[in-house]
Write a protein that binds this ligand. Structure first.
Ligand code: GLY
Ligand code: MN
Ligand code: MN
Length: 457
């Protein structure tokens, strides 16, 4: 049967379909939001910025999944591999160089129909309405980059770029050097500027962080109702991933940690291969990523739904340490570390409450930092300054007692709102002993031991 849609409309539909394929994997903020970030970066650097997205090959083979470089995504909202970005701040004429207007150019590789058979349609310089889609007035083929750099650096300039050894730009920078692309320019590290910008989240970013957090708290709530002895850690990790994925997360924000008993005292345990025993505490540090934005949440549950007196004692010290840090928070004054640091507040609380089995204070068992920024990365770059409105971070005290096979971590997501108030983004997920025991009271015991799971330490 012949399609009755007239040609122009069919073309529009085709463009929409290609667009969906290229851009719909993630929710994108309006183009103006990304443009504002590029302009802010140009104003800060007062030079050129050169940035590369990884290629599918440099990101590993596409069978392992492609994830866009975070700084590139922050400035463009574009997920396509192999792209590049050149920004030049406006500058006045000098004795050596003519005046320069603010300039931004997005580069794509030429269309590669053969590759697209393997990994799907990608934006390219000839994509219909590519300027409207991307919000860049100039979208060019990547092999024009060398000449554009030369034009923008007449008379000398500093080019800020990611100089990390394994950065996506390592190879193209080497190529540009060999091709004399930087004869009039000096390369300097871009990353500190990106940290300064990324530390303050705008309203669109907050929308995505909230979605990541809501999906993740819903997953934790589902696991609270599911947890019981004889499950494997892997089954629990799988349920988390199912629950946050069905709420729109594209992947876990980090390797899910489900550690039972002794394994709950191992900070970066993610093998998730043990079987959960009655009487264990289970540390579950699991959260999803929504449209590139992370969440980061930990709850610790008694496998059989009831804390022992010792588990409860340690758990309540950790929870109170988190509350002490929340209460100490002052916008513009508190940082994570340092003399006004929230870490100190939580560490002091832990060290002055409870004892280990030898009668020693518990401070030595809080072996990691209290928290970190969260955004496009679960450990987002920051500026080391006191928290300002727009900061997003975790508070995650923990006590780890390997000798007692007992680990507790409680981790929540926080945002400093425009009024400077600390808002707990994951507040809808219970964390008190009473609430957790109440939710778990109706859990049905597992019918039989799980088929696999390595023997426990
Ligand atoms: N989930 C990683 C962390 O808590 O820092
Ligand atoms: Mn964390
Ligand atoms: Mn975590």
């Amino acid at each position: 049967m012949r399609c009755s849609v007239r040609n122009p409309l069919r073309n529009v539909l085709a463009v929409v379909l290609i667009l969906c394929a290229c851009l719909s994997a993630t929710e994108r903020q309006p183009n103006a939001a990304y443009r504002a970030r590029r302009e802010a970066l140009a104003a800060k650097t007062k030079g050129l910025v050169l940035m590369f997205a990884p290629t599918e090959a440099s990101a590993g083979d596409a069978i392992y999944g492609f994830r866009q470089d975070e700084n590139f995504y922050y400035l463009t909202g574009i997920s396509d591999p192999g792209a590049a970005l050149l920004i030049a701040s406006a500058s006045e004429a000098t004795a050596n160089a003519p005046a320069r207007a603010y300039t931004e150019i997005l580069f794509f590789p030429a269309q590669n129909a053969q590759q697209e058979r393997w990994t799907g349609p990608k934006l390219n310089p000839k994509t219909a309405n590519v300027t409207g889609i991307t919000g860049f007035d100039r979208v060019q083929q990547i092999d024009t980059m060398r000449d554009e750099i030369a034009k923008l650096t007449v008379g000398g300039a500093v080019i800020y770029t990611d100089l990390g050894a394994k950065s996506a730009g390592a190879e193209p920078l080497e190529w540009l050097k060999r091709a004399n692309g930087f004869t009039t320019a000096r390369l300097q590290e871009l990353r500190p500027f990106m940290g300064q910008l990324r530390v303050i989240k705008d309203a669109g970013e907050m929308d995505l962080i909230r979605k990541a957090t809501d999906a993740s708290t819903a997953a934790h709530a589902a696991v609270m109702k599911f947890m019981k002895p004889n499950l494997t850690e892997r089954e629990v990790a799988a349920l988390f991933q199912y629950e946050f994925s069905r709420r729109g997360c594209e992947r876990p924000a980090y390797a899910p940690i489900v550690g039972t008993g002794f394994w709950g005292t191992v900070l970066h345990y993610s093998e998730n291969s043990n079987t959960i025993a009655a009487g264990d505490l289970v540390v579950m540090d699991v959260a999803g990523e929504y449209s590139m934005y992370a969440s980061d949440i930990t709850r610790t549950l008694p496998a059989n739904g009831k804390f022992t007196p010792r588990q409860r004692e340690i758990y309540e010290i950790v929870l109170a340490a988190q509350k002490a840090a929340e209460d100490a928070f002052q916008v513009g004054v508190s940082a994570m570390r340092g003399p006004n640091g929230l870490h100190e507040v939580a560490a002091k609380y832990i060290n002055s409450h409870g004892k280990d089995k030898n009668g020693q204070p518990l401070g030595q068992y809080f072996i990691h930092g209290l928290g970190h920024g969260v955004g496009l990365n679960v450990h987002d770059p920051g500026d080391g300054q006191p928290f300002k409105p727009g900061s997003v971070f975790t508070l995650e005290p923990g006590i780890y007692l390997p000798d007692e096979k007992l680990g507790v971590r409680i981790e929540d997501m926080y945002w400093v709102n425009p009024e400077g108030k600390l808002v707990k983004l994951s507040a809808n997920l219970p964390s008190s002993v009473e609430e957790i025991e109440k939710i778990m009271a109706s859990n049905v015991p597992a019918a039989s031991a799980a088929p696999k799971g390595k023997s426990k330490k």
